[in-house]
Design a protein around this ligand. Structure first.
Ligand code: URP
Ligand code: ZN
Ligand code: ZN
Length: 459
């Protein structure tokens, strides 16, 4: 099968030009003006933007968490991602404390194998680092193609590791060419504040927010950055939300240390005032939404090159599941749905409103994740030889986000009624039309597991 995309305005992290793209099989075989080739199918992209398929390196599909499972499985989640222009996702395997990394991987493969519509990979979350886990690290990096290891400095008693384990893991991961991802908030401080608020009878969603003040994230991010510097291990802070935490990273740049930073679309756009609403549980996630001043810091951080990636931390729960915590904020499953909305929201609120350039948009939504996590140039760009993961986008079309029209398996939208400018029209995944005319044209099982290369600690 060959496809010719004619006359689109191609945007990469560095370029902006009008040309044709010729695709043969799964990859791009030529790019140029007025290509004289015969193709099985032609798509006229005149007047449209053409950019690489989005990469969301932070999603939780079908994940056991807080006594329930996130409501999008691998089929519904990766399909919704495609509708929103995201062609590849990276999900998290969670080690059960006391068990091996390999047994967790097998459990996750049982849910994901042959079920994905879009392409996917895994980070391995190490929740119990010991002599046995240590022996598994090399195998994951060199054999499984899983080169990034997630750590939690919070969720004490379930996922959190202490600093001793963190240092040990960092040394082992560095030795084999991997990277540590971190949820950097201070679990002990948060537990103290949760217990305090509960003892005072303060049980509404607002107290979820007040149990995780900025200092809990700033402190842990600073500590993580220092440990990464000490061990020399490449580090990536997930879902960074606030000025204090970003300042810890900025300080590290003064000693020429590079720590990668991811924020998520929600932290750029919505704020903690939502916790005072009756349905505030919809926005209970960790870290919580912050203040307007933090949004300003994060947009600036993107333009300063300190914030490298905009992800989602997509972890949806049905309203019924959120009601598990109706009488106690600490029992509300933490997470927010956005896998389908990220690319359009970032375009509409970021590019369209003049906060970031088109090249920066592609950089933080597509290219940097591919580079950092060892998938570049197979993924994350439009170039000869790269996978033909391509989004054709109408920059002018307005539409309204709603749970009644989205494809995520969740019965509310965090952005109900938001009008966005810019719409994903056609999506190609490895040379196949995945989305066209508001329909998904590929089935579950099409999505392939992406074995990743060793990380690139300089991008
Ligand atoms: O609230 C969140 N973020 N839920 C998913 C788990 C995590 O911490 O990323
Ligand atoms: Zn987290
Ligand atoms: Zn997460």
């Amino acid at each position: 099968m060959s496809i010719l995309i004619k006359n689109g305005n191609i945007i990469t992290a560095t370029d902006n030009y009008v040309a044709d793209i010729f695709i043969e099989g799964e990859t791009i075989s030529a790019i140029g003006k007025n290509l004289q080739v015969k193709a099985d199918k032609e798509i006229d992209a005149t007047g449209k933007l053409v950019f690489p398929g989005g990469i969301d390196p932070h999603v939780h599909l079908d994940m056991p968490f807080m006594g329930t499972y996130s409501s999008d499985n691998y089929e519904t989640g990766t399909r919704a991602a495609l509708f929103g222009g995201t062609t590849s996702v990276i999900d998290f395997v969670l080690q059960t404390q006391g068990k091996s990394l390999q047994s967790a991987l097998q459990e996750w493969q049982g849910r994901s194998n042959n079920n994905c519509v879009g392409d996917y990979s895994f980070h391995m979350a190490v929740t119990d680092f010991n002599e046995n886990t240590k022996k598994e690290i090399r195998h994951f990096i060199e054999e499984e193609g899983i080169t990034s290891f997630k750590t939690f400095m919070a969720y004490k008693g379930a996922l959190m590791i202490d600093d001793r384990q963190m240092i040990g893991l960092m040394q082992e991961v560095k030795k084999h060419g991997g990277l540590i991802n971190v949820h950097s908030t201070n679990g002990d401080m948060i537990d103290f504040l949760i217990a305090k608020h509960k003892a005072e009878g303060k049980l509404s969603p607002l107290y979820h927010y007040l149990s995780q003040p900025e200092v809990t994230e700033a402190e842990a991010s600073g500590r993580f950055v220092d440990m990464a510097n000490y061990t020399g291990c490449p580090g990536y802070i997930v879902h960074l939300t606030c000025e204090g935490a970003l300042n810890a990273v900025r300080n590290a740049t003064k000693r020429n240390q590079k720590v990668f930073v991811e924020t998520c679309i929600q932290y750029l756009l919505i704020d903690a005032s939502l916790y005072e609403k009756e349905d505030g549980a919809k926005w209970v996630m960790s870290p919580p939404l912050r203040e307007k001043k933090d949004q300003v810091t994060l947009w600036a951080g993107i333009n300063q090159g300190i914030v490298n990636v905009v992800a989602t931390d997509h972890c949806p729960f049905m309203w019924e599941q959120k009601l598990m915590g109706k009488d106690d904020f600490s029992k509300i499953p933490n997470g927010h749905p956005a896998i389908e909305n990220r690319m359009e929201l970032l375009f509409s609120e970021g590019v369209n409103k003049g906060k970031i350039t088109l090249n920066k948009y592609v950089e933080v939504a597509c290219t940097n994740a591919a580079k950092i996590f060892g998938m570049f140039p197979q993924k994350g760009t439009i170039a000869v030889g790269s996978d033909a993961d391509i989004v054709i986008f109408d920059a002018k079309e307005k539409h309204t986000l709603s749970a009644s029209t989205h494809h995520m398996n969740v019965d509310y939208s965090g952005y109900e009624g938001w009008e966005v400018t810019g719409k994903v029209k056609t999506v190609l995944l490895r040379g196949q039309i995945a989305i066209e005319n508001n329909e998904c044209k590929i089935e579950k099982g099409f999505g392939k597991f992406i074995k990743r290369n060793k990380v690139n600690s300089k991008i």
